[in-house]
Design a protein around this ligand. Structure first.
Ligand code: NDP
Length: 309
């Protein structure tokens, strides 16, 4: 019988995953790190694993992130030299498409301004910009970003995208690499970030990027909080270079109650809710990859620790 050890300090997540594993893979032995037999685990299912926990597993053959990203694994540290996989959930992807569709319509149709004017009982019709004239950029064209970009293109928006390697997506003006970033950004009305957090992407949403957008543009960050250079964002909002920022992810989560973003004019805070993988899907994919280890089949959704995603 294979053993999976759950490495996370998040008690709620731990309980959900145990229940899901019991339903979808009852034959699998799923343990917490302190339980007898856990050190025999071949597979570690991780969300911010405690320091040294992976290195303490002599039989480890697979490190599995329970999320889309692997930034919580300390890939720059001494990660054991075994494959690393992540979760790719079609329902999570659909949730992201819905969230970003809402965000784009919210700002394109100026609902942010209209809701603020209601507070002052102010009747003022905003301009109506046709979708085809509303320029939206998507940074990251992976599982999430490509679905979002194609959905928005299908709805008629003028969509550009940016990735590390070249891409072709129907209806999307695709750019890639460091040299392609400026062309992707220039004159955008709304910028969506769906990059993974890596050493190459940390702090990428900075004053240089904001200056390339159309005056009064909007930032929507669905990637990670560390992508945003916070002082640059505050300055861009206060100068009007950005009209608004929708922030779903933060360096520290939950966002502390005294954090300025809660009250910064133009900023909307959402509680890392853009989309989540279900515990059932996470358990199914980890169980499937555990089975693949046994049979020698290719693992699903491998990440590259050297690239950080
Ligand atoms: P993927 O790994 O499938 O895609 C990542 C994309 O980013 C790829 O297109 C990749 O390029 C591109 N990329 C990576 N590094 C660079 C770089 N240096 N320069 C340019 N492009 C780069 O990830 P997902 O789409 O599954 O998820 C992306 C991120 O979204 C996650 O890591 C997570 O941070 C965030 N997320 C947030 C959620 C939320 O609720 N807010 C929910 C789910 C995910 P290439 O295609 O060439 O490899």
């Amino acid at each position: 019988m294979s053993t999976v050890v759950l490495l996370t300090d998040d008690a709620e997540l731990m309980a959900e995953l145990r229940q899901a594993f019991a339903q979808v893979a009852p034959a699998l032995r799923v343990l917490q790190a302190h339980e007898a037999g856990a050190s025999e685990a071949e597979v570690a299912a991780c969300w911010f694993p405690p320091a040294g926990a992976l290195q303490a597993l002599p039989k480890l053959r697979l490190i599995h992130s329970v999320s889309a990203g692997i930034e919580h694994l300390d890939t720059a540290g001494d990660l054991p030299a075994v494959p690393v996989c992540r979760v790719v959930d079609p329902e999570q992807r659909q949730g992201m498409v819905e969230f970003m569709r809402w965000a784009v319509i919210h700002y394109q149709r100026h609902f942010d301004l209209v809701l603020a004017r209601q507070q002052q009982a102010r009747w003022q019709r905003p301009p109506q910009i046709p979708a085809g004239e509303y320029r939206v950029g998507v940074l990251g064209l992976g599982s999430m970003g490509s679905a979002v970009a194609q959905d928005l293109a299908g709805a008629g928006y003028a969509v550009r995208g940016w990735s590390r390697s070249p891409k072709t997506l129907a209806g999307v003006d695709c750019h890639h690499g460091d040299s392609g970033l400026q062309d992707c950004l220039t004159g955008l009305d709304l910028l969506i970030n769906l990059l993974p957090l890596t050493t190459a992407t940390a702090g990428l949403l900075n004053s240089r990027v904001f200056a390339a957008l159309a005056p009064g543009a909007v930032l929507v960050n669905g990637g990670r909080g560390q992508h945003v250079a916070a002082a640059d964002l505050a300055a861009a909002l206060s100068s009007g270079q950005l009209r608004a920022a929708l922030l779903d992810v933060f360096e520290q989560e939950p966002l502390p109650a005294d954090h300025p973003w809660w009250h910064t004019p133009g900023v909307t805070v959402t509680p890392h809710m853009a989309s989540a993988a279900s515990a059932r899907c996470i358990a199914s994919q980890i169980a499937a990859n555990t089975q693949r280890l046994l049979t020698g089949a290719a693992l699903l959704h491998r990440a590259d620790p050297a690239l950080g995603y």
